[in-house]
Design a protein around this ligand. Structure first.
Ligand code: GRF
Length: 199
């Protein structure tokens, strides 16, 4: 059984996709042991509670300094017993102590085809605004291992999505979620559960 802890900051639709995949039996031998958010108001925490999953908030705002938050975040991850850490819309810079502890065992979903529209400053709607501004005809999503950089770790899986005439950033974001993110994130977790960790 692959134990996973999912880190979230917002609505949690990617978390919900994982929950639904486990429940439907599509995602086998995977157990979500904890959901961690930096944001006490993240609806993703509500989704965890609705599904009987341990939901923990570790907010930087409640610690005296960043080092104290980093240590508490690492403690919360280790205490969960996770084999794999999944970043699903987690808007926190991952501290080096966590990167080192989970190297090769932490993955992230990014809403573009890396290496396009990624790196510092490219998150949420900003990614889709940049894609529309550039005029790309195809975008998509990427699941990758997390390393010291921002969206720079080895790529695990990608899925392309068509950009359509008249797309707004919001419309494109939704299509990338529905047609790519919610498919390749559970699939990537399933591949790791079945075949083990990659690079
Ligand atoms: C998604 O667009 C994801 O690609 C990005 O942050 C957003 C999270 O959405 N990393 P949700 O919280 O999973 O709904």
């Amino acid at each position: 059984m692959l134990k996973i802890t999912v880190c979230v900051s917002g609505g949690g639709t990617n978390l919900q996709a994982i929950i639904d995949s486990v429940r439907s039996g599509e995602l086998k031998n995977v157990e979500i042991v904890r959901v961690i958010s930096n944001n006490p108001n993240a609806y993703a925490l509500e989704r965890a509670k609705q599904n009987g999953i341990d939901a923990v908030c570790v907010s930087p705002k409640t610690f005296e300094n960043r080092e104290a938050f980093n240590a508490a975040f690492l403690d919360a991850l280790k205490a969960s017993g996770a084999d794999l850490v999944v970043l699903a819309g987690f808007l926190v810079v991952i501290p080096e102590i966590v990167i080192n502890e989970y190297r090769g065992r932490m993955i992230n979903i990014h809403p573009s085809l890396i290496p396009s529209f990624c790196g510092t400053g490219y998150y949420g709607l900003k990614v889709h605004e940049a894609a529309l501004k550039r005029g790309v005809k195809i975008t998509g999503a990427t699941v990758h291992y997390v390393d010291e950089g921002t969206d720079t770790g080895p790529i695990i899986m990608q899925k392309a999505v068509e950009v359509k005439e008249g797309d707004t950033p919001e419309i494109l974001q939704r299509r990338v979620m529905e047609e790519a993110e919610w498919i390749i994130l559970p699939k990537s977790i399933g591949m790791i559960a079945q075949k083990g960790f990659g690079k």
